[in-house]
Design a protein around this ligand. Structure first.
Ligand SMILES: [Zn+2]
Ligand SMILES: [Zn+2]
Length: 104
């Protein structure tokens, strides 16, 4: 299959901690190095994210339009949620962050 994030061909994948993307091992490693990974895991493990997503107001924090479904975690752009259309901006920001954090 193709990694949803980096589009590389991969034999094994894992689901992202931050959204519903299926990502390759390499992208998973980058996620695990993300400063917010603990928070993301805690949210998922405690089921909190799902409660939050049931919130009556499903308004994208980026484009401010209403969205259907679960939405996406908009961190690091902000602490709210965003629609699927805006999620790529968030993903790009995360990748940028990850690249900044990596010093080699
Ligand atoms: Zn990947
Ligand atoms: Zn949006």
């Amino acid at each position: 299959m193709e990694c949803n994030r980096c589009k590389a061909e991969t034999n094994s994948y894992t689901v992202s901690w931050f959204n519903t993307e299926k990502i390759c091992d390499e992208c998973d490693e980058k996620e695990l190095a993300h400063p917010n990974i603990k928070e993301a895991k805690n949210m998922i493990n405690s089921g909190k994210e799902w409660d939050f997503m049931d919130d009556k107001e499903k308004k994208c924090s980026i484009c401010l339009s209403m969205y259907e479904g679960y939405g996406n975690n908009a961190e690091p752009l902000n602490k709210e949620r965003c629609c699927d259309e805006c999620n790529w901006k968030v993903v790009l920001a995360r990748i940028e962050l990850q690249n900044q954090n990596k010093d080699d």
